[in-house]
Every structure is written in C-alpha cells, then in structure tokens.
Design a protein around this ligand. Sequence first.
Ligand code: BGC
Length: 744
Amino acid sequence: MKKIILLAALGILGLAACKTTVNKAPENVEKNLMKRADSVLALMSLDEKIGQLNQFSGDGELTGPVALRPDLLQSIRDGKVGSMLNINGAEYTRKIQKIAVEESRLKIPLIFGYDVIHGYKTIFPIPLGESASWDPEAVEKAAHIAATEAASAGQHWTFAPMVDIARDPRWGRIMEGSGEDPYLGSQLAVARIKGFQGTSLSDKTTILACAKHYAGYGNAQAGRDYYTTDISENSLREVYLPPFKAAAEAGVATFMSAFNDLNGIPATGNKDLIHDILKTEWAYKGMVVSDWGSISEMIAHGIATNKYEAGDLAFNAGVDMDMEGTVYLTEMKNLLKDDKITTAQIDESVRRILRLKFMLGLFDDPYRYSNPDYEKQTLLKPGFIDAARDAARKSFVLLKNDNQYLPLNPSVKSIALIGPASDAAADMIGNWSGRGEVKDVITLKSALETRLGAGKVLYARGAGFNDGDKAGFAEAIAAARRAEVIIAACGEAGMMSGESMSRADISIPGVQEDLIMELAKLGKPMILVLFNGRPLILTKIIGSVPAVLEAWIPGTMAGPALCDILFGEYNPSGKLPVTFPYALGQIPIFYNHKNSGRPGSQDKKFTSRYLDVPNDPLFPFGFGLSYTQFAYNNLNLNESSIIDDKPLEVRVDVKNTGTVAGTETVQLYIRDLVGSVTRPVKELKGFKKVLLKAGEVQTISFTVTKEDLSFYNSRNVWGTEPGKFTIFVGTNSQNTIEAGFELK
Ligand code: BGC
C-alpha cells in the first residue's frame, strides 16, 4: 500500500531531476518542480511535514561509521527527519538512506549534508588562502573537485561557502571566508557556488551549496566567536550583505542563518534579514537552515523564554530547517494550534525542501549513483591532487624578499629546515578538513627531502607551535649554522583557527618569535615560511627576517607546492585578501575605511592617529610580491565625464620590468569624493590577472558600470549620486596610479 502511494505520486510527477540552477530556474521548469513538490506534499500528514523540517547529526564523523543512536533511526522510519549531517561514506549513507526510502511511510529520501569547506578528501588551501589567489577559476575548480569527491561518497549538500566578510583577524573563522572585501568576497562566493553546484544538480559532480552565516557573523565584537554584532544599515547593505546577495543571484541552493545577534535580534530569529530581505526583496527560492542549535540558543540570547518562543521567532523569521535542534519537532504543533504559525507556512517550508530533493534527483535515485566502488575510484584522483598543488601555489603570498634570497638555487648544498610546521601533516590540512587524512599529506620536510636528498635537509623542530619550551633551540641553531640556507617553517597550528578559535594575541604563538630571531642573528640567507589561518602581527620579526612567504594552511599538497615556489618553478602571484595589521590595537583595520574629518597623519596632533603606531598596516590589502616587478603607466579613461547609465572604459598599461615571467593581479579601486553619506577612501571594483613575459607590456581594460558606483544613500536607497570620482589602478590597495572623472 505504502509503495503504491509513493509510486502514484511519482507517476504524476515524472522522475527526471531538474537540469537547472536553484534560484534561476526558467518559469516552466520552476512550475514543474513546484507541481512535483506539491504532489508529494498532498500526501503528507502534518507530522510528516514537520518531520521534513529537521536535520540531525550522525555520529559517523571522522572515526568512521558507527551505529546511529537508535532513536534517530526510529525517527527516520517515523518520517521525522528531512536531512542528516555528518554521515559519511557511500556505504554508510546508503545504509541510512535505505531506512528512509524503504521503511518510512512515504519513502521520502533524506538529504545528507556535510562541511565540505576546503576539500572532501583531497584537501585544498583554506578558503582564506585560496582567496589570496584572486583567481575565481581556480577557486571554482577546487569547489568542483570537492563536490565530485563528496558526491561520490554519498553527500548531497555542503555547508559552504562561508561568505562572511571579516575585518577582525582575532576571529578564528576568518580562515573560512574570503577576507575583508565585499567585492572580492562576492566574486569568490559565486565561483565557489558554481564549483559546488555546476549547471545541473542532478549531475554526478555536484552538490548543494550553502551561503553562510546569514548575516553579520564575521563582525563579532572583539573578534570573539558567536559574539554580538551591531551593524548600521549602510554597513550591512554595502559590506556584509553583498556576498550573500551575489550568492542568491548565483542560485545558491541554501542559506544558513547565523549564531550572532544582529542589532539586538539574533540572526536566526531576524525577520528583517530572512523574510524581508532574503525571501522577499531578493525573491530567494532556496531553503534556509539554522546553524547548529541556533534556534534554541535564542533562549541564552535572552530573546525567548523557552523552545516554544524560540521556534516561533525562527519559523516566523523564515528559517525552514532546524539543524540539530529538535525545536521544530517538539514545538511546531503547539505553535500551529495557538495560531502563531499557519499550515501555509509549514507547507511553504516543506515545499522548499522537497524542491531541492527533486532537483538533486533523489526521488529518481535516492542513492544518487554513489557506491563504494565509484567512491574509491573518485577520491584523491591524480588530477585532483595536481589541482590541489596548483591551488596551493597560487595561494602563497610573497611578503618580503630582500637580497632576492628567493627563489633558491636548485643546486643549494644544504638547507636547515627548522620549526614546528616543517613536518606537521595534520597542521597542513587544519580545521574543517573534511575526510582529509594525515597520511595523504606531503609536508615541506618530505618534499624537500625528495627533491634534494635527505642528506641535504638538516631538520630540527626547534620548538612547538604554542608552548614555552626552548629546549630545542640549541639543536636548531646548530643545524642552521651548518647549512647554506635556513628555512623556518613557523606559525599557527592547524587548529588555532576555525570555529571557536578566537585569539586575543595574534602574533606568532609560543616561543617561535624567539626562535626566528635567534636564527636571523646568524645572518645567513633565511626564508620564513608562515602557516596560519588568519593575518598575524609580524611587526616584531619582520625587520630581522630577509624573506617571508605566507603559506596559510595549504592542504594535502603543502610540501610540493611550497617547493615549486621556493625553487622558482612557479613565480608567486598571491595577493592578500585581508590586511595584516601593524599592531593589535589597530584592529579592526581594513583598506576601505572612511576618511574622517581629520584624516590621520602620525606627526600631526589633533588628527585621527595613534601616538605610538602608524595608521598604516604592516601589509595592505591586495599586497603580494613576485620574482619579477611590474610597472603601471598610461592610465586612461575614455571619458572625463559620463552620464548615469553609460559605462566607463578604463585602460592601463602594465609592464613586466623584470627578467622572468610573472602573473600580476591588476586591481581597480574607486573613490566617490562626495556623497549624501560618507564614502570609503577606496573600494575595489575590479581585478584582472595577467601573465606577462619578461619585458612584455599589456593594456588591461576594465568597465566601470553604474552598479559599481552605487551605494546605500542617506534616504536608504541603493543608487548613484552625481559628482566626482577617482579611479585608482595598481598592484595593491596602497600602491596605485589614479585619474578622475565626473558622473553627471
Ligand atoms: C557551524 C557551521 C557548520 C555547522 C555544521 C556549526 O557549528 O557554525 O558553520 O556548518 O556547525 O557542522
């Protein structure tokens, strides 16, 4: 009988999965999807509908599949679960899916979700590092590979990309995003979504993406995770929301509501944010999931007395699915009975979830082709490993290269490799490393030994990441004395960034600064390779170390990718996606700040300045050196004044003035000189990567549109205002050439 009900429904619906992206389906496709979702909805009891709105976590995480809590299995049979997270592997997901599609009354398949943040099995650089490539194509490719691996292992949905703008490096989750800039953040958000979702969600290489954490989470006061945010409407619209809007426009399948309270209302219960802006103003058709337990956390926020009130707030705000919360499961019937919510609202949320299940093709094949053999063939494919190596070398940022110590001479006689990151496989994949395994990681030590022969690499750990023990210094210094070149591999342990990993002191931790200074005293060629999930304050050591390469947390292929750069087989091209402060007290510090009425000048009293440190950061947004140099000339605008709708053409000549080929990221910024609200001193509005041979010149062109000149004005309306603008083009946010134009 049960079988008959479902088959009847599916017969009406047609089984083929939808070939379209999520928020942009053509009208007829959308209509069809809704018809299919509605025909299942029509068969559902209230309990089954409420059941679809819950997501629970499995306990198969990391250590491999273990039996689920029996009550959860029973809940799946009872139709009380719409989705599971943290169930891993083709075999295990199949086993759990089988329960849903064979033992529940309506046989509605589950969606399996997982945090595929920078790779599933093949681990790519952390998102912040990957963002330093300023290379949407490479970022899209990495997401596509992650999706392919995850899908082969039975996953349907990643909780990524994190598109939170973060201007406070104390916040550990800065590692999960694209840094401080809304423009770069939006471009890379779209690239990641395209990579995860492809063009058809029924494809073998795609999974649902999730724009998180909506919204403002990265603004946590004092950089403390989960903490309060207080953001003006202007900042919200111009800084924090743009990557989310871009994600919605790119058709991201799902959104996740954030933990933080935003201007007094927790994001998860924030109707303005979810119902009004996302679902109404942006007409978003996808589904909104809460963050882990964030519905009931509204009790601790002090905005709800109990789960009933929390559920009322979240559901009326527009949160469709409750992640690991049980609030909807236990409270929704009472809310309905008390007319706090309506059946139509419940239907609407269920429809959004069923729509995704149809798009994924789950009603057609609930296992979506995943099986242990295909999984085995897919994970860690050689092409994937190569892509991880390429993504890593693109992410490295050369911060300093005095005396051209880099690249190293390939026939170097000996290298002293010192520091806790030299051979620390787990720290190369760091936090949110999916199903990545330490055994698959190639560390810097092992890559150097493979390349040079073990005898030429004099390794001494020297110190731990974060302890006070200097006992290893003597051995490290002795090794350094014997070697021709010193490489210090230092920084943060892989788990010092990520969720709940805020730091109040963001210098290089433990006794590593002392170790670096001792090594620098030897006066030998020395390269500091830095590993970290956030900007660090390097002021104390920067003057003493001749060369510094920022390597972030580079992933499975850390060592080979680093060797490519160190020996000059790949010319570094990464640019900082986030400012590196000069001092802790400057935080929050970001390039697109306002001018103030008394722009700072350090030697002038009564200006906006510090007595003890400069206003400038140590390394500005967009900064990154190469083994060659680039010169910018002939900045040319096609018009000196334009009318509102006419795009402006900007051209600039970029020349490689050095002796080797190199890739430059040409950056375009604007400044609106006078507005009805104060405008930032610079805003990134375009960038292009160009590979130039030694001596080559290329003219790079940009088109600046009305949208690029728009902002949220004093009447809270998005649009342009006439007046004068400056265009800046250059190699980073500080070093630019400029020209002006007027918008009439
Ligand atoms: C995090 C989310 C994550 C979720 C599921 C939460 O603690 O904030 O980013 O997707 O857990 O693992």
